[in-house]
Design a protein around this ligand. Sequence first.
Ligand code: UT7
Length: 324
Amino acid sequence: MKACIAGIGSYVPAKVLTNADLERMVATSDEWIRERTGIRERRIAATGEACSDLAVQAGKRALTAAGLAATDLDMILVATCTGDYPLPATACLVQHQLGATKAAACDLSAACCGFVYALSVADAYIKTGMRHVLVIGSEVMSAITDWTDRNTCVLFGDGAGAVVVSAGDGERGILSTHLRSDGTLCELIMVRGGGSRTPPSEKVLAERLQYITMKGNETFKVAVRTLEEIARSTLSANQLRVEDIDLYVPHQANIRILKAVMERLGLPIDKVMLNVERYGNTSAASIPIALDEAVREGRIKDGSLVMLGAFGAGLTWASAVIRW
Ligand code: UT7
């Protein structure tokens, strides 16, 4: 039994925040942002638009593409670090909105690796008897972004992407998933306040601890190293060469990180999906949004060999190879 991608969809909020807009908010420039990150614009959720709202739209599109009803789903997994509430899981709000009356629902927290981690969970459940699992990466990063901090506010954006993972028995499907973590590097990317260690308080708000902080330069170096390492071990585990991959779909954090990885792996740019320019870093949503665009642009077709690569807070890093 293989876990196949039966349908895919994505949704991004309508509001576009450009680098020119950011120039009016913090001491930055369009030139700096483009040169250091490759980002030109990002989408921002409307006031009152939360993680589950984006997830529901992406989920509906994936279900339509799969030709399935929400009632066919056995499970809904939402990968996110910006859920609607600390409790309950955003996946339960999605389950309700979709009317997925038979589905189990829970969230998965692995930051930017969340989608690939959730995909591996879906893969395992399909191999042990489930038929259809909806995997969604959905983020409202704008809610945890400090809009006065130029080190981080230029990087992130909002959006959601979803796949329906279904049981199949042909050549198609998830060939392997690879998950890694290193908590010794947990301080590189953090939201320090609002959890059980430092519950919400006036002090948290005064010190702006509810927002994401990042040691960008150190994260950059680890990202390049881990993305290369996991891509190599993924290829070798599947007895594949880089040339066998039709499209590499990495987490869209920074064009310079991705160019360094392409160079190290010997991957030509036409075999890499890049859309960081238009969406920035949408954390767990970035890979499924990129996958959906690649399918719609005809860069992924039935039978394509696709490799995913992600890294993020934790630190976590992860990969997958899929015969589409
Ligand atoms: O998905 C989560 C994983 N996170 C990432 O992948 C992010 C990885 N890191 C990065 O993408 C990059 O490190 C950044 C884009 C965040 C920063 O680029 P960098 O080339 O590593 O710059 P830097 O941190 O070394 O900073 C260089 C300079 C500093 O000024 P000084 O100290 O040299 O005077 C910063 O203060 O750039 C300054 N700077 C800015 N200048 C204009 C930082 N942010 C900005 C800004 N506009 N927005």
